[in-house]
Design a protein. Structure first.
Length: 304
């Protein structure tokens, strides 16, 4: 059990996080943990250990961890689609892949307008089967979590893969470093992190909110919340529309109007999170070297 604190900023946060709930360190020994994805049928969680070029698997029933995939293409973000399949951002191989139920992999996207993607970072699947992902150039910056190189596209964008045509379409091109992304429970809003400010102090470190229409076109994009500690990274909504965001000091909980309600402070900088467990009220947090979990009084938005 790891040390943590619940920081209550708005009184209502006491109903979102129980101060007496333990923070469990489920695993440690990675270099940069990312991309947690929970599989309800298997009662397990898969996540990435990017610089070690591997993915790990934690079993909920036995509380054991093993290697899920080695030589993993420096996989970063992961999610589970509506058929229960793993969808991953292989930022080193500069592509998005689907792992079928039989274990085979299918490349979903590796280029846009004939140019190679930068280094796909994080990913979500909408209920209509469309796949949305961010493509910053973090994996091209150095040899730490990918292969150092140049962007062919010349910008860091957000894309959508059409489930019918499999076409990779541009969603937004006005980001510095698009990162985590999540839909509201009713899918009327799309939240996207811009984490450019962590390496370039004058650049954004906030979350933007877009409206999504029935044709999957987005409008708006106003700043929803500024990060108060470092940068935002991965984000997820609970079923009441609150947004939970990974940051340098832990997990921040934001009300539907962007107000910071409170924080779950943890010992390591957090990279990402997801909801899982039999009742979707167990939050799993990837943070630098470790995987943590904590039981909450709220449930994650239904995504599977």
């Amino acid at each position: 059990m790891a040390h943590h604190d619940i920081e209550i900023i708005e009184d209502a946060f006491i109903f979102c996080a129980n101060p007496s709930a333990p923070l469990d360190q489920l695993y440690t020994g990675g270099i940069w943990a990312e991309g947690p994805a929970y599989f309800p049928a298997l009662r397990c969680l898969v996540w990435s250990d990017i610089p070690n070029n591997r993915m790990l698997r934690w079993d909920e029933l036995t509380n054991t961890t093993g290697v899920f995939r080695h030589d993993a293409g420096f996989t970063n973000g992961n999610t589970v689609d509506r058929q229960g399949r793993l969808v991953s951002c292989q930022q080193g191989l500069r592509r998005v892949v689907l792992t079928e139920h039989d274990g085979s992999t299918t490349v979903l996207a590796e280029s846009w307008q004939g140019k190679r993607l930068n280094s796909p970072n994080d990913i979500v699947v909408k209920s209509d089967g469309s796949i949305w992902f961010t493509d910053p150039s973090y994996g091209l910056d150095s040899w730490f979590e990918g292969d150092k190189g140049e962007s062919e596209i010349g910008g860091d964008h957000v894309y959508r893969i059409c489930p019918q045509t499999k076409e990779c379409k541009l969603v937004a091109d006005d980001f510095c470093r698009p990162n985590g992304l999540a839909f509201s429970p009713d899918e009327k809003f799309l939240y996207i992190v811009d984490s450019g400010g962590i390496r370039y102090p004058d650049n954004p470190r906030h979350i933007r909110r877009f409206s999504v229409d029935n044709c999957n076109e987005i409008t708006g994009g106003e700043v929803f919340a500024e990060c108060t500690c470092g940068k935002f990274d991965g984000i997820r909504c609970d079923e009441e529309g609150r947004l939970w965001a990974a940051a340098m000091d832990g997990i921040h909980c934001l009300a539907t109007d962007g107000t910071l309600m409170g924080k779950i402070l943890i010992p390591e900088p957090a990279s990402n999170l997801t909801f899982g467990g039999p009742r979707r009220n167990r939050m799993f947090i990837t943070a630098t070297c470790s995987l943590y979990s904590i039981l909450l009084p709220v449930r994650g938005a239904k995504t599977f």
